[in-house]
Design a binder for this molecule. Structure first.
Ligand SMILES: Cc1cc2nc3c(=O)[nH]c(=O)nc-3n(C[C@H](O)[C@H](O)[C@H](O)COP(=O)(O)O)c2cc1C
Length: 307
């Protein structure tokens, strides 16, 4: 059988299938055996102060996806550390802690406090939430650089930066993140979208727009991952967006992702990531690949060895 462990990944994951921030909560809400089957869990994003999130309605169905407007609901950093983190550290997988703040010093303070906790496997700076009032930091390369620099100075944990799938700003923002010391990129967050109730002619979400996730955004995520891999051959990339089957996971790896994040797919079916792990192993074995590393970035170098 093919070995699923990812050789060049800073986190040394047992499998490249990981749980994206948000839909899997803090991990302990899910069945332990499902969590054990993935390479890592990325926690729901935590902010310096508690956030109640956006008013209802927050979720709207779409063809091939979901529009969400959760608004970073979370217990706040102090309560997270006290009440949630011990349970996160007990999870039978790697744990990446997702953090967001309005200012670089605020996110740096949280990153610095987590530095003392050696069992953490990584931090992810969420600079891309589309559902809060603050500007999307991840579209501004200078701001991205400042957020990463201040956090990098305070931690030795592997650090990922989650960016929006904006085609014009992603590469400069990613360059700023990597130049400031980020170990990797998480691409992409959900994509701003709108639905209108056709009966009354008004937006269906309380905050008008929301973040589109699910199969509808797979081509967008693939394009950003492909572009990032081409621009940054050595960067670590967690490709996230629209993957709900093993074919999508294979596409994401071929585009250049070192790991594949699953968000919407967990809401649709909590057992999906575990199944993807098993199906990926079978596919690699059937195609005589020794590990996922053999197909990462294949689209940049002539594709697969098709007999
Ligand atoms: C309900 C929901 C909540 C989310 N919450 C977060 C979050 O707290 N932090 C974050 O970085 N991304 C969050 N996301 C975005 C996902 O991590 C992911 O980047 C995006 O949904 C695209 O992947 P997908 O199509 O597999 O869902 C959330 C997505 C959904 C659907």
């Amino acid at each position: 059988m093919a070995a699923l462990s990812t050789r060049r990944f800073a986190l040394d994951l047992a499998t490249p299938i990981v749980l994206a921030s948000g839909p899997a909560g803090f991990g302990f809400e899910l069945d332990g055996s499902l969590v054990a089957a993935v390479g890592a869990l990325t926690t729901k994003t935590v902010t310096p102060e508690p956030r109640a999130g956006n008013p209802q309605p927050r979720l709207v169905d779409c063809p091939s996806g979901l529009l969400n407007s959760i608004g970073l609901e979370n217990p706040g950093f102090a309560a997270f550390v006290e009440e949630y983190l011990p349970r996160v550290l007990d999870l039978p997988t790697r744990r990446i802690i997702s953090l967001a703040a309005d200012r670089p010093d605020e996110i740096g303070r949280m990153v610095g406090l987590l530095e003392e906790i050696s069992e953490i496997d990584g931090v992810e700076l969420n600079l891309s939430c589309p559902n809060v009032d603050a500007v999307i930091i991840g579209t501004n390369p200078a701001l991205v650089g400042e957020f990463v620099r201040q956090s990098r100075a305070l931690t030795t944990h592997p650090m990922f930066v989650k960016l929006p799938g904006d085609s014009t700003t992603m590469i400069p923002a990613a360059a700023a993140a990597l130049n400031a010391g980020a170990d990797g990129l998480t691409l992409i967050n959900s994509v701003s979208g709108l639905r209108i109730d056709h009966r009354i002619g008004l937006p269906m979400l309380h905050r008008t727009t929301g973040g589109l996730c699910g199969p509808a955004i797979l081509p967008i995520a693939l394009a950003r991952v492909y572009e990032a891999r081409r621009a940054f051959p050595d960067a670590l990339i967690i490709g996230t967006g629209g993957v709900t089957d093993v074919e999508g996971a294979i596409e994401m790896l071929a585009a250049g992702a070192d790991a594949v994040g699953i968000g919407y797919g967990v809401m649709a079916d909590p057992s999906l990531p575990a199944r993807l792990t098993a199906e990926l192993e079978t596919w690699l074995t059937e195609h005589r690949y020794a590990s996922p590393a053999d197909i990462i970035g294949a689209a940049h170098r002539g594709g697969f060895d098709v007999p």
